[in-house]
Design a protein around this ligand. Structure first.
Ligand code: BES
Ligand code: MN
Ligand code: ZN
Length: 506
């Protein structure tokens, strides 16, 4: 775990593997030259540096007055918005990861000036810096034993990750910067927890283990946790979760994470996350190619666990309840079959035309349960629900579906602020024709067109007329496949989006 500190010590007295000196394009001309002179650094380096957001230039400090061995000149561009700072911090993270930096000092002497330029606060900039750096240095290496790695003579352990991140600020900015750094750490840890859960393969994270992860998170954040086991799930009549679980050798779980603030909550928000720990498709088996990526089919659940954890640790003034129906979706002699008709928790019956449309079946139970027992002011579900959503929006944007324009607008705005973007699609009555069933109340697939929408329309049947519901289809942005330009694996998408939304709750 990285230790985070905010200090007002002079840069000359701070020792580290890497000292980051950030400048906006405008500041580069005057101020950088001044600092370089004061520290005895070679000013020629400045000729080679443009200072666009995310640009960086590595220098060696030999002969200067600085104690850090390397210097990273970092561009902040025009400092015109959070995106410039995010880009710059990402490139620091990249440098840390590729150069095995263990201790880092970031010169935030101008942090309050940057905050002014982007119309933020000192705390929000410190938060963004710490969050982005910790997020960017994440690696999923818990399953690597290191046994096959060749060790150089004299080398003992495999090199550890960033152990210390210090931000240097002026005395007047110390307090807000420290508060922002702390919330940045909380948020990054919650996002990285979600990534760990997504990255764990199906044999190491089944429904019970996902429930254990929720318990562990609740321990850390101090929320209440309830886990329904298979027998209770059956007794409750959660026919969707039971049906999807039928082919599995492992029992399902239904987990409730309940965060209540110290004083009367401003609102109660239910967050529901799809927790399919592995989706083979069931009897409607998926093709082999890419099936391994379906270990990520619990990314909605992971985002909910992360968001509830961060919300609790940030002590948001809302009651936030996470609901996680979990199982894998497997074929087998006892698996549900195409054509089966099931009775969900709400009593609504569904014809299972395709066992690979399983997410909506377990969400149907969870949504109905959340609405019935908790009377939330708003219900938001996150799910890796459809390939069709990827066809529509690609891999970096999530689909947003809602019956409430205000809520949809707020989620859209939170997406723009957080960088985890969503784009709205309709859930109009017209789509009902596509999910009509001859034998049951509703059909779990909608045929060729509008696959992401018919899935959303299916979910809407189970909220019992609730007027403030949103569904976020994160099939695309929750996971980066091999060979892309991003780090392969879980992205934690949704945590930052939800925190941004909940913090600014109206
Ligand atoms: N988990 C998948 C959706 C998915 C696909 C997520 C690709 C991430 C990447 C979901 O359970 C599913 O299989 N959906 C089907 C629905 C269809 C059978 C109506 C799909 O999208 O093909
Ligand atoms: Mn499926
Ligand atoms: Zn699925």
């Amino acid at each position: 775990m990285t230790k985070i500190a905010v200090t007002k010590s002079s840069l000359k007295n701070l020792k580290s593997d890497l000292l980051v000196m950030p400048f906006g394009v405008r500041e580069l001309k005057k101020e950088a030259a001044k600092s370089f002179e004061a520290f005895g650094l070679d000013k020629n380096a400045l000729k080679d540096f443009k200072g666009n957001a995310g640009d960086s230039l590595l220098l060696y400090s030999g002969g200067s007055k600085l104690k850090s061995s390397k210097i990273l000149l970092l561009g902040l561009g025009e400092v015109s918005g959070t995106e410039d700072i995010r880009k710059a911090a990402s490139s620091v993270a990249h440098e840390i990861a590729s150069r095995q930096v263990q201790t880092l000092v970031f010169d935030g002497s101008s942090i309050t000036a940057w905050a002014g330029k982007i119309k933020g606060t000192t705390a929000s900039v410190a938060e963004l810096l710490v969050d982005t750096i910790l997020y960017g240095t994440y690696r999923f290496d818990q399953l690597k034993s290191g046994k096959l790695e060749k060790k150089k003579a004299g080398e003992k352990e495999k090199k550890s990750r960033l152990s210390e991140l210090k931000i240097r600020v002026n005395a007047g900015s110390l307090k807000p910067a420290a508060a922002g750094a702390e919330s940045g750490r909380v948020i990054a840890e919650a996002r990285n927890l979600a990534r760990d859960l997504v990255n764990l393969p199906g044999n190491l994270l089944n429904a019970e283990e996902l429930a254990d992860a929720a318990r562990k998170s609740a321990d850390k954040s101090g929320c209440r946790v309830t886990v329904f086991e298979k027998e209770e799930i059956e007794e409750l009549g959660m026919g969707g979760l039971v049906a999807v679980n039928k082919g599995s050798a492992k029992p399902p779980t239904f987990t409730i994470l309940d965060y209540e603030p110290a004083s009367a909550p401003q609102a109660t928000v239910a967050l529901v996350g799809k927790g399919v720990t592995f989706d083979s498709g069931g009897i409607s088996l998926k093709p082999a190619n890419g099936m391994d990526d379906m270990k990520s089919d619990m990314a909605g659940a992971a985002a909910v666990i992360g968001a509830v954890e961060a919300a609790a640790l940030l002590e948001l003034p809302l009651r936030i309840i996470g609901f996680i129906p979990a199982t894998d979706n497997m074929p087998g002699g006892s698996a549900q079959k195409p054509g089966d008709v099931i009775t969900t928790y709400s009593g609504i019956t569904a014809e299972v035309g395709n066992t690979d449309a399983e997410g909506r079946l377990i969400l149907a139970d969870a949504l109905a349960y959340a609405v019935k027992h908790y009377k939330p002011d708003a219900v938001i579900d996150l799910a890796t629900l459809t390939g069709a959503c990827i066809v529509a929006l690609g891999y970096s944007v999530a689909g947003l579906f809602s019956n409430n324009d205000m809520l949809a607008g707020e989620i859209y705005e939170a997406g723009q602020r957080s960088g985890e973007k969503v784009w709205r699609m309709p859930v109009w009555d017209e789509y009902d024709d596509l999910i009509k069933s001859e034998v049951a109340d509703v059909h779990n697939t909608g045929g060729k067109g509008a696959g992401a929408i018919t899935a959303a329309r299916f979910l809407e049947k189970f909220i019992d007329g609730h007027t403030r519901w949103a569904h976020i289809d994160i099939a695309g942005p929750s996971y980066s496949a091999k060979g892309g330009k991003h780090l392969q694996g879980g992205t934690g998408f949704g945590v930052r989006l939800l925190i941004d939304l909940l913090r600014d709750w109206k």
